[in-house]
Design a protein around this ligand. Structure first.
Ligand SMILES: Cc1ncc(COP(=O)(O)O)c(C=O)c1O
Length: 385
């Protein structure tokens, strides 16, 4: 695993400028990088399509404004995010709302917003039909019995080990139902293998023949973004395969079937940085323990995914002569008494000094948004270049 993060001089200068004004920990985003990734998805040749950013990856209003300006719509799974989206000018037609265990008032709120709603179970479908007779809806499909499901970060999203979506058997029970206008799948997260996506999508395409009023397929998100830059997700190659599949489907159906995608992490993951400052240094079992003025609750991905959240680090030394120092085993710990308050563990870093700046990369998705008030540290400020 490669832990070092390279920063342009421009970015280093910007970081230094902000640190000089305000020494509290903060996030910094590269807006152009976010827009470029949005554009890659918009360039997928298939039409009609819409790209719905998964708002749970980053719900900061300024971030959402950037993806809106770039031409993306939203995928939302909570009423709080729905409220924010509407305040930011998104209307129902720009929103896909999907959740699980939706109670009646949530269904009604999502429906009155005008959003396209995706349901998670047969029970939810029956409840929806009682509450809103004849209102069209989509179904989240768990077709794990038709493929070999793969475990991704956070476990399985299809198959018998996933709690989500209607099983193939449940979907078949709704055969011919005119209220079902779309099928949805979320294969898993951080996936690079385009063939695996396609193998799952083909099963959804087959099932779509059961629904005469089908208008859309939603292939979810899950596009890989790896912190060690092992490989980049090939949006172009993915786009041409998906377009081929959708063109065939539309031809068979005799009318255009709309494609929805819901990318989350890939949109801004590598465009965000978390910045904090060295305020203590300890030695423990031949390891450099670097104490910073931030807590893991302000940078929570390592807290939620201790085994899989890796964030490459760059140190901006206060004394430049210490640049190019040899690397050594180190951990970066937070400023609470919580024993698991680590921002990075067992990484290779140079010796640091008080007031050096620690920059953690790949901090644009599932980081600022995941702040928790546990331990009592405020949300970190967010700046956009
Ligand atoms: C239904 C659904 N769509 C899209 C996403 C975004 O996923 P990712 O960040 O892996 O692209 C999620 C994330 O959990 C999701 O649950």
């Amino acid at each position: 695993m490669k832990y070092t993060l390279s920063l342009s001089e421009h970015l280093k200068n910007k970081i230094q400028e902000i640190v000089d004004l305000d020494s509290d920990p903060f996030y910094l985003y590269d807006s152009n990088k976010i827009k470029q990734t949005c554009q890659k998805f918009l360039d997928i040749p298939y039409s009609p399509k819409a790209i719905h950013f998964a708002m749970m990856a980053n719900s900061t209003p300024q971030f959402i404004k950037i993806i809106k300006e770039a031409g993306l719509s939203l995928f939302i799974n909570s009423i709080m995010h729905l409220d924010t989206a509407q305040q930011l000018g998104f209307t129902g037609k720009d929103i896909i709302y999907a959740a699980s265990a939706m109670e009646k008032k949530v269904m009604l709120r999502a429906h009155t917003s005008g959003a396209l709603v995706i349901l998670d179970s047969l029970g939810q479908f029956n409840q929806w039909c009682k509450l809103l007779p004849d209102s069209p809806v989509g179904l989240r499909c768990n077709i794990g019995d038709l493929v070999v499901p793969r475990k991704t970060i956070a476990g399985y999203f299809i198959g018998k080990d996933s709690r989500l979506g209607l099983t193939t058997e449940s979907i078949e029970k709704l055969t011919g139902d005119p209220r079902v206008i779309g099928l949805h799948i979320y294969v898993g997260t951080n996936i690079l293998d385009i063939d695996y996506f396609l193998a799952c999508y083909r099963q959804i395409v087959k099932l779509s023949a059961l629904f005469p009023k089908l208008q859309f397929l939603d292939f979810g998100g899950g596009f890989g973004l790896f912190e060690d830059s092992r490989e980049e997700f090939d949006v172009k190659k993915y786009g041409s395969s998906v377009s081929r599949l959708m063109n065939q489907l539309s031809e068979q159906a005799g009318h255009p079937i709309k494609l929805f995608l819901e990318p989350g992490r890939i949109i801004g993951g590598d465009a965000g940085y978390f910045i904090c400052k060295v305020v203590d240094i300890k030695e423990c079992a031949n390891q450099q323990l670097i104490g910073v003025n931030a807590s893991c609750v302000q940078f929570p991905r390592p807290l939620f995914y201790p085994d899989s959240a890796f964030h490459p680090i760059s140190i901006i030394h206060k004394t430049p002569s210490t640049n190019n120092a040899p690397l050594r085993l180190s951990s970066v710990y937070g400023c609470s008494t919580y024993s698991q308050d680590f921002l990075a563990r067992n990484v290779q870093l140079p010796n640091v000094a008080f007031d050096d700046i620690v920059v953690l990369g790949y901090a644009g998705s599932y980081c600022a948004t995941a702040h928790t008030s546990f331990l009592g540290f405020p949300t970190a400020k967010e700046y956009f270049l």
